[in-house]
Design a protein around this ligand. Sequence first.
Ligand code: GAP
Length: 588
Amino acid sequence: MIEDVVELAKRRGFFVQSAGVYGGVSGFYTFGPQGAALKQNVEDTWRDRFAIQEGNMEVDAPTVMPEAVFEASGHLDTFDDMHVECPECGSNHRADHIVEDNTDIEEAESLPAAEVEELIAEYELVCPDCGTGLAGQVIDDFNLMFETNIGPGSASPGYLRPETAQGIFVEFPQLAEYARNQLPFGVTQIGRAYRNEISPRKSLLRVREFTQAELELFVDPEEDEPTLDRVRDVTAPFYPADEQEAADGEIREATIGEVVDDGTVADPWIAYYLGAAAQWYESIGVDMDRFRFRQHLAGELAHYAADCWDAEAEVDGDWIELAGFAYRGDYDLSKHADHSGEEFTVFKQYDDPVTVERATVDPDMSALGPEFGGAAADVAAALESLVERDPDAFEAASESGDPVTVEVDGETYEVPIEQTGYAVEEVTESGEHVSPHVVEPSFGVDRALYTALDHCYREDEVDGESRTYLALPAGVAPTTVGVFPLMDRDGMGDRAHEVVDDLRDAGLAVTYDDSGAIGRRYRRQDEVGTPFCVTVDYDTLGEGDDPELEGTVTVRERDSTDQRRVPVESLAETLRNLRDGALTFDDI
Ligand code: GAP
């Protein structure tokens, strides 16, 4: 239950609503010591899987960006949610969520606002806070970006980035240089993103400040293919669009190889990263029996996306979007090229130079000047641009004798073909400019972290006592080892401190605890997901009943509560191997 996880998270230092002393603000959370460590480990495993293992670059861009970036990206115009205000209590809500929460309709976000207004009236939907009917209330578009001013005054507006992606796209010309203009190449970024959500809800699942881990993969659409064999055998549940639309549609378990071969996932790059994502989610503790990849329905697709799949997890009875995997074509780079006037292409060198026919113009300014006055230079530029895009327009004009037509600032200009200087020349080219296409796996870190906590939350009974524990994988647990002296006397405390120092020197995350009965100390570590506890006792010091146990400690595993004796001298190596999965507890 979400309440149990949230209560544990607060009590044991995973996360709390921030600025609680001032009443708190919805949608902002502070990660406590356990949560910050868990988040860092989740991010580290993502970095390892999606940047280091894939050979992708990582960048770290600013969170505030100028208006021009979001004009080009389209966020300024279209990054809106449907907002409805209660006429009675004045509370604000997402109109599409009210429809989804109270009817069988899914994905109401993709419906036009007028239709959502009609549904609210038809189903007589009410304000979730005070129960007042919302029929007849206007639904307006609410832009989710937080606006700010860069420097004094308002001359230079800026926005907190609503996604990390734009920080990568705007640097593409430079990043392509770093990649030596070789496609494909990928750029990752892990960082904060900000969305002024109308009604944040469900703890970390919908917040106003969150962390994204995004990968922008730049590929040559004509040539590049992923090394699918690396993930071909990865199995995951798939929920394609046709199954969602069918009355008896179902979720199908399949391998990545199968969904590529039968065309379920059309783009092999998307399929590749679905495979990598399934492996990663499992490694951080997401239960694969409560996980699926769901394809976007046609109405859900962003206008630039050819295909999109979401990774979803079941949390508290709802399917939550954890990540999106979109084929974005050349939309992002071409928008930034148009708006900035810079080149957002990669020059692809041919193996051997080729000779091609190239249409060119050389406008006759002595004729254009008197004819078009101040607009002459723009008309010439428009002719140069037209011959690159549409040389046939000049060929047709040459044959018919009609003038060539161009548009400048909404005005139409007709230029006789002989004044355009149109010619077709043979040129030798050593390569061509390619507009890379973008494949974007985009992950929410907070949702992944929350889902891992929810899916790893367990209650059982040990020695007749109920206990709560987090079955987090050892590789992401905030602390790997809890070290306890059986009692803080007779030298056991000092010896335990030495063990702590040795383990920390070996790079393990260790905590020391000597307060209360040993059983209580185990419970404390169980609740924060510490996978192993080490106890220093009289046997360790050579003062116990069994002389053979001198120099050994007890290692106790969290989930099974099984215990083993391990020599102190090999303790660090054993625990590191257990954490990294090179050893199982039964192997000891
Ligand atoms: N660049 C693409 C992009 O930003 P998105 O689907 O809007 O795509 C990606 O966001 C991921 O970010 C989501 O799958 C989700 O995990 C996370 N996310 C988005 N909005 C969020 C919010 N308000 N709170 C928490 N996580 C969020």
